[in-house]
Write a new protein. Structure first.
Length: 626
């Protein structure tokens, strides 16, 4: 049995709710369900992202990471995936039994083998699920052939009908037929698995009609996927924000931050974003994707914002440009692992990124009204000095963007949507449980959010030595690494085995070691525990600073001291600049000179002459009425 990386919420299934087993009885909204706990009769409301999948049985195996596959395993996966890829593509027509049979003849395999590969791929939601594993029930009897035929007959003539009977109804019908024939009925999940094995197009055509199938699986021109439901297509890109930010402590100018934005093309909802002073990188892309897939309730609550931002769950296709940060193996492998299609825009065709470009333009217009804006061009800026007027910190800009997206942009009528829809209404309406079209549903949820984030972080392969693992002159160690020190696959191997490590570019004080046996991450701290949390870019700045000091060898202690010196130097410069600002109102303007004695005498004579011309009798005191 495969342990999937994601899971879906559906009526009738059991999940863990606050650690207790409960059954989903119905949907209230697109992201709210009613759960029943036995023996309690009352139903309890839960948001679907608060549900957890059931604990997997002991014989469940974890999917292997794409990056840890052998060359032979990668060849098997590629062959099997290429064999069924066209059969999985929901945009193609004619994906029925005849197409599966024709494809099987081309590859000289049985059509049941192709169906088995399709089923394995869908159950694990990853290419690595296509690997063969040893069955825990090998040698035991299988389902009776007569029961198998009976199940197929009920699926064809009962479940796949316009009346759209439920799986529960079909299973009850199966039990009645088995009882009539004195056969032992299979478990309900057996019938469910047979139905899941069927092509999606066949199910939708039989239960909803050919018209609904055509609308749902209509092909898009030139192979570029269209957005047919929420999260089916996400566009992502970076831009340098048109606002100058100041630091949190002294209010001194730092510079313009970068923002990485992701938009859901179907609804125009902002799926996620990430703001940083660091230039665009694979790390900023990972942070943006992580923000897009995770529920945002707690994040909004942490900033004191009350808003509805229901975008979360696995993304189907990610559209991006051809920049280097999108072309790395880390992003490619992580997307493959979670069954997300990474698609690059055609070169010199900006219209394929029009939605994200318009969103960035809308955000730029919004920022033009803030203090410290750089405006859109030199002409519109005029004599305005952004640095002199800058008052926002990067955290305040992040909160400003969050309020703008969640309370204004999402709730305002969008000209690109039909029927006067706003993005929020378009998104929620498509995922509503009572949507008569039957074309959409809640997106798959991430089983392990922490693991998902790390899977998209930059990856490194390193051997493990007695003193630990070395990366960029830093050494990391933990007792977790001890069993793998100088590990070799066989006695004849000359070189030590390399293992997978991940690193967060915004905190290089620790690494994350992926255990090749459990496929789980463990935190590995820097061997020198005095090493502070530091971003990769801060580390490089400190290293360059020390190099200019003509040091022959740079160790951890020198890096710590260098970081402290640079911080003290920055603080001193900020304090000096702050003192200068405070003193400015009392300083004379440039070009001002003290008057000479002759000039002073002339002024005094003019004042005396003015006084001699005033008649004292005409001077009256001010009263309350004045």
């Amino acid at each position: 049995m495969v342990q999937p990386l994601s899971f879906e919420v559906s009526v009738g299934n059991y999940y863990r709710c606050d650690g207790v087993l409960g059954r989903v009885m119905s949907f209230v909204e697109h992201n709210v369900v009613l759960v029943k706990f036995d023996p309690i009769k009352d139903l309890v409301r839960y948001k679907i992202h608060d549900l957890e999948p059931l604990q997997f049985p002991e014989n469940t195996f974890r999917l292997k990471d794409i990056t840890s596959l052998t060359e032979k395993e990668q060849e098997i996966i590629d062959f099997r995936f290429n064999a069924i890829k066209d059969l999985l593509d929901n945009r193609q027509k004619g994906n029925g039994f005849e197409k599966v049979k024709s494809r099987a003849q081309e590859l000289n395999v049985s059509y049941t083998t192709l169906y088995r590969w399709i089923k394995k791929y869908k159950s694990g939601r990853s290419k690595s699920a296509l690997l063969d594993v040893t069955r825990s029930d090998k040698g035991k009897s299988r389902i009776d052939l007569q029961v198998e035929e009976l199940m197929q007959d009920i699926i064809d003539n009962h479940y796949l009908t316009p009346e759209r009977p439920t799986i529960e109804s079909s299973y009850n019908y199966l039990k009645v037929k088995c009882d009539e024939l004195n056969l032992k009925p299979p478990h309900k999940n057996t019938l469910l698995n047979r139905i899941r094995q069927l092509p999606d197009q066949q199910i939708r055509s039989a239960r909803f009609g050919k018209k609904a199938k055509r609308v749902f699986y209509a092909p898009s021109p030139e192979g570029y996927q269209e957005a047919i439901r929420p999260l089916s297509v996400i566009q992502i890109d970076h831009t340098l924000m048109n606002i100058v930010c100041v630091d949190e402590e002294f209010g001194e100018v730092i510079g313009r931050p970068w923002i990485t934005l992701a938009i859901d093309v179907y609804s125009r909802m902002v799926a996620g974003f990430f703001i940083s002073f660091d230039p665009p990188s694979a790390g900023s892309v990972a942070q943006c994707i992580y923000h897009a897939v995770q529920p945002k309730d707690e994040w909004l609550k942490s900033m004191g914002i009350e808003a509805d931002w229901p975008v979360y769950g696995l993304l189907e296709t990610i559209h991006c440009d051809n920049a280097r940060e999108f072309r790395g193996n880390t992003l490619k492998n992580a997307c493959e692992q979670y069954n997300m299609n990474l698609q690059f825009r055609p070169v010199a065709k900006p219209e394929f990124g029009a939605h994200i470009e318009r969103l960035m333009g809308t955000l730029s217009t919004q920022l033009n009204s803030m203090k410290g804006t750089t405006r859109s061009n030199v002409t519109s800026k005029g004599d305005y000095d952004p640095a002199k007027n800058a008052t926002y910190t990067i955290s305040q800009v992040q909160k400003h963007c969050t309020i703008f997206f969640s309370k204004i942009y999402h709730t305002k009528e969008h000209t690109g949507l039909d029927f006067g829809y706003c993005p929020l209404l378009k998104y929620k309406d498509a995922l509503h449980p009572y949507n008569d079209s039957g074309l959409t549903g809640t997106p798959p949820l991430i089983v392990d959010q922490h693991k998902f984030r790390l899977d998209f972080m930059p990856m490194f392969e390193r051997t493990i030595q007695k003193d630990g693992v070395s990366l960029d002159t830093l050494t990391y160690y933990s007792d977790t690494l001890e069993p793998f020190i100088k590990y070799r696959k066989s006695e004849n191997s000359k070189a030590s085995e390399k293992f997978i490590f991940r690193r967060d570019p915004w905190d290089i004080s620790k690494l994350y070691f992926k255990n090749p046996i459990t496929e789980e991450y463990s935190e590995i701290l820097c061997k020198d525990t005095r090493f502070p949390p530091m971003s990769l870019w801060e580390f490089k700045a400190v290293s360059n600073y020390l190099s200019r000091q003509n040091l022959n060898r740079i160790d951890t202690q020198q890096i710590i001291e260098g970081h402290r010196e640079l911080q003290e130097l920055a603080n001193e410069a900020q304090k000096t600049q702050k003192q200068k600002k405070l003193a400015k109102p009392f300083m004379r303007k440039p070009g001002h000179h003290d008057p000479t004695p002759a000039q002073k005498k002339q002024v005094c004579e003019e004042v005396d002459d003015w006084r001699s011309q005033i008649d004292p009798s005409e001077i009256t005191a001010f009263t309350d009425e004045d």
